[in-house]
Write a protein that binds this ligand. Structure first.
Ligand SMILES: NC(=O)c1ccc[n+]([C@@H]2O[C@H](COP(=O)([O-])OP(=O)(O)OC[C@H]3O[C@@H](n4cnc5c(N)ncnc54)[C@H](OP(=O)(O)O)[C@@H]3O)[C@@H](O)[C@H]2O)c1
Length: 253
């Protein structure tokens, strides 16, 4: 059973639900987020469930601070790079340069600011059962399987994470490090609360966290749910762009 876990973006939504899913006596949780008050609430709830908890106010775009946080949390069985942002294009036909750069800074640089120090740390840890030194999970999205006209850069950042995990899994495994890409569909969180459209298959964050926890316990490389939404996303990539563009521009429902 994984006992020492670090989670970014634990102050809200899926990260908070994951922290609570792993909160039990014997578990040590290292929780990070930007909003100190909401992070403290997650930490207090996790402690009430029996976990030992450290809470760190951290912006994942800060490379040095992220490395210091991971290093101080050692040893770690599991690191979940969950922190991420989503910005729709708003009324403009194109995303603003500021939004594009913010998405790349958080969803790509921020994830690697967490993942790369975690790899360095796990390399130095003794191998446990099955020769594994630790597991790193990255929160991608089903949006990474398609090219969403309503949020191009969000889709692109998640696609990059998807491709990176696929291409790196074998190399990481040779070093005793498990990699997992988590591809959720719609989850009820503050991120989706502002969406003015129906979201097919939307689920509560607690239910999503249980699916993820079970998938990580089974050492899956991909945790993708719901499967049918992922299938539709993959099929949309095979279709001529003109056919699906108008459909995808209309939010589901
Ligand atoms: N909700 C969905 O339907 C859905 C679907 C697929 C994938 N995802 C992914 O799931 C992850 C969590 O999203 P969510 O739905 O739980 O959204 P959320 O409720 O908005 O939570 C996002 C979390 O990320 C943290 N965060 C954002 N930027 C950060 C930064 N620069 N440094 C540190 N922490 C930062 C936030 O911290 P503060 O609040 O403290 O600022 C917050 O804890 C994201 O990667 C998202 O892309 C969500």
């Amino acid at each position: 059973m994984v006992q020492n876990i670090a989670i970014t973006g634990a102050s809200s939504g899926l990260g908070r639900a994951l922290a609570l899913a792993y909160a039990h006596p014997g578990a040590t949780l290292h929780l990070a987020g930007r909003d100190a008050a909401r992070l403290a609430e997650t930490a207090a709830t996790a402690r009430a469930l029996g976990a030992t908890v450290t809470e760190t106010t951290l912006d994942v775009t800060d490379q040095a601070a992220s490395k210091a946080w991971i290093t101080a949390a050692a040893p770690l069985d599991l690191v979940i790079a969950n922190a991420g942002i989503s910005i729709g294009p708003g009324d403009a036909h194109f995303e603003t340069p500021e939004n594009i750069r913010a998405l790349i800074a958080t969803n790509i640089d921020g994830v690697f600011n967490t993942v790369l120090p975690a790899i360095d740390l796990m390399r130095t840890q003794p191998a446990g059962a099955g020769g594994q030194k630790g597991r790193i999970a990255i929160v991608g999205s089903i949006a990474g399987l398609m090219a969403l006209p309503t949020s191009p850069t969000y889709s692109a950042t998640k696609a990059l994470l998807d491709t990176w995990v696929t291409a790196t899994t074998r190399s990481a495994a040779r070093e005793g490090i498990g990699l997992t890409l988590i591809r959720p569909g719609f989850i009820r969180t503050p991120m989706t609360a502002i969406n003015p459209y129906n979201m097919p298959g939307i689920m509560d964050a607690g239910d999503a966290a249980k699916i993820i926890r079970d998938g990580l316990a089974a050492q899956k490389t991909y945790i993708t749910f719901p499967w049918w939404l992922a299938l539709l996303a993959r099929l949309s990539r095979l279709a001529p762009p003109a056919l699906f563009d108008s459909v995808k521009r209309k939010p589901p429902g």
